[in-house]
Design a protein around this ligand. Sequence first.
Ligand code: FAD
Length: 147
Amino acid sequence: MRDTHHSITVRLLYVSHAVGPQTTTMTASILLQAQQHNPPQGITGVLCQGQGFFFQVLEGERSRVNALYRRICADKRHRDVDLLHYEEITERRFGQWSMALIRLSVDDPKVKMQDPNFDPYCACGPQVMQQMLDLLAAGQAIQITAP
Ligand code: FAD
């Protein structure tokens, strides 16, 4: 995905707490909304869910990413939405995906979330994003939507 020179492109990462169980029905409805809205807005990213938490990266034109983030913050399916990282970028890292999905399994040794001391709200943003890229490279994305 190419970005024009006239707009400022950003990458945003947040963490949130799911309200209720993270069922496949809920995930499917979130992905459907992402599939409908993200491509026309030029937004790409990845949603990572498991163990009651969401991590999501959004990339795209600044005002569009900010507007989507405001919508997502108001969504009743999760709470305690906390911004972990926000930066201006020249290259997208998740540009292939209008919204990839990574499901974290409880016993995946690559995933530190089963550590009782792991607090997603204290996670280092760049490290979380690198871990997402590693999981995507390892074929951990179970559903990928083409832009
Ligand atoms: P409605 O409220 O039914 O739509 C009202 C009007 O606004 C309609 O005209 C609709 O077309 C328009 N509209 C709605 N959403 C958008 C949008 N994003 N851009 C432009 N126009 C819009 N939603 C996403 O779109 N992308 C995501 O990546 C995404 N990730 C999510 C991750 C999590 C963890 C959660 C909980 C939710 C996520 N959502 C995402 C859903 C988001 O919070 C809203 O529920 C959703 O965008 C609303 O879509 P709707 O069509 O039901 O809107």
